[in-house]
Design a protein around this ligand. Structure first.
Ligand code: PLP
Length: 402
């Protein structure tokens, strides 16, 4: 998990920010508007887009925002479109958002190498396609190398290319989605720009667009005239309002502080995240199966079939990591890998911590051979031990103490 510098928390807690009230008159919130205007500018620059809205409160919310804009774009042209193409490696929110925005989801399989091939995209492409949603690098941590050709194919039928920016932490400052051919994107501030990412939020999923989609942005947008800032509701083709007030403001403050304090080092953060992931991968490969084993970006995925055959599932291994002092990685995702464990160290752990994590994984493998009960009964050292996951889902009991 990405480290959230304490200085961000201190800045977000300044009384000038926490004392704000949303219906305050514009004249009294100039500082907040300036910060939001500035953040929009930085995010546009980093992503290669022309305009940004900060309203969506999560990545999934950003997806919905963008898809509503895409639908409106085609309606406005007088030729509404039905389909959205999504690869089988995509996050589950992609098809859910497309469905919610009224589109029919068409799944496209990724190739043997774990990435999308232009030929597979060509097969499903026609003039009913509104958009293709792509995460790059994808959820296997692999860069979509055919992106330029794929962009040409989508644009060739008049469709739009959507960038799911959840993995921007791998490429920030190195390459920009706007330059790869993407027309619209969301960014997860809680994944890339040091917003807290625990306990379910609050998150923030700003959406960036190329110029031709600007008129569809949600209202209000933030306008600057001379040296003063205002909220602009005068956008006749806007998809409307997405959220009460203007977004999760305190998360925006943290992202702004993070970008300013990092400066040019944003690029270094991405490069270090990629280096850390490849370091762990090169060590773990000796004992764990990594089905897509080419050089990865900021994350890679282990397949736990071999350990499962011996009696310890990926879930068991994740729970055992809790006993050994680690926040377990994402498990059972992406869906294209059996018994998946997705390892994303980020840029912020020291080599000592990475080595200790690697050793913990090796220890679990040894326990599976010699003392499997330790793994299958974990966690033993957590305040709540092994729970019955099925009963918890089927017969939830919401009382604190039964
Ligand atoms: C996390 C994630 C999302 C959804 O973002 P939320 O902020 O959790 O709503 C979408 N796509 C990918 C690839 C993700 O990792």
């Amino acid at each position: 998990m990405k480290y959230n510098p304490k200085v961000n928390e201190e800045i977000a807690r300044l009384p000038g920010f926490t004392g704000l009230h949303p219906p305050q008159p514009e004249g009294l919130i100039q500082g907040a508007l300036e910060l939001m205007y500035g953040l929009e500018g930085y995010l546009s620059e980093i992503s290669g887009m022309d305009a940004v809205t900060l309203q969506p409160s999560a990545g999934a919310h950003g997806e919905l925002c963008a898809l509503l804009m895409i639908a409106e774009y085609f309606r406005e042209k007088g030729s509404p479109r039905k389909k959205v193409i999504i690869p089988d490696t995509a996050h589950g929110t992609n098809p859910a958002s497309a469905h919610l925005a009224g589109f029919k989801v068409v799944t496209v399989k990724s190739g043997k190498e774990g990435v999308l091939t232009a030929s597979a995209v060509k097969e499903v492409m026609d003039d009913e396609v509104a958009a293709l949603m792509l995460t790059n690098p994808n959820t296997l941590g692999l860069f979509e190398e055919e992106i330029k050709t794929i962009a040409e194919l989508v644009h060739g039928v008049g469709g739009l290319l959507y960038y799911d920016g959840a993995n921007l932490n791998a490429i920030m400052g190195v390459v920009r989605p706007g330059d790869m051919g993407f027309d619209v994107l969301h960014i997860n501030l809680h994944k890339t720009f040091a917003g807290p990412h625990g306990g379910g939020g609050p998150g923030s999923g700003p959406v960036g667009v190329k110029k031709f989609l600007k008129e569809f942005l949600p209202v209000p947008t933030i306008a600057k005239r001379n040296d003063s800032f205002s909220l602009n509701y005068d956008l006749p083709r806007s998809i409307g309002k997405l959220k009460a007030f203007y977004g999760n403001f305190s998360v925006l403050v943290r992202a702004y502080a993070y970008i300013l304090s990092m400066g040019d080092s944003l690029k270094q953060a991405s490069m270090d995240a990629v280096l850390s992931a490849n370091y762990i991968k090169s060590k773990l490969e000796k004992e764990f199966d990594v089905p897509y084993s080419q050089t990865c970006m900021h994350e890679f995925v282990i397949c736990g079939d071999r350990q499962k055959a011996k009696g310890a599932s990926t879930l068991n291994m994740a729970k055992r990591l809790i006993d050994l002092g680690y926040h377990p990685p994402t498990v059972y995702f992406p869906l294209v890998v059996h018994e998946a464990m997705m390892i994303e160290p980020t840029e912020t752990e020291s080599k000592e911590t990475l080595d200790a994590f690697i050793e913990a994984m090796f220890q679990i493998n040894r326990e599976i051979e010699n003392d499997i009960e330790k793994v299958t009964s974990a966690p033993q050292h957590a305040p709540i031990g092994k729970v019955d996951e099925v009963a918890a889902a089927r017969k939830p009991n919401f009382r604190w103490r039964p």
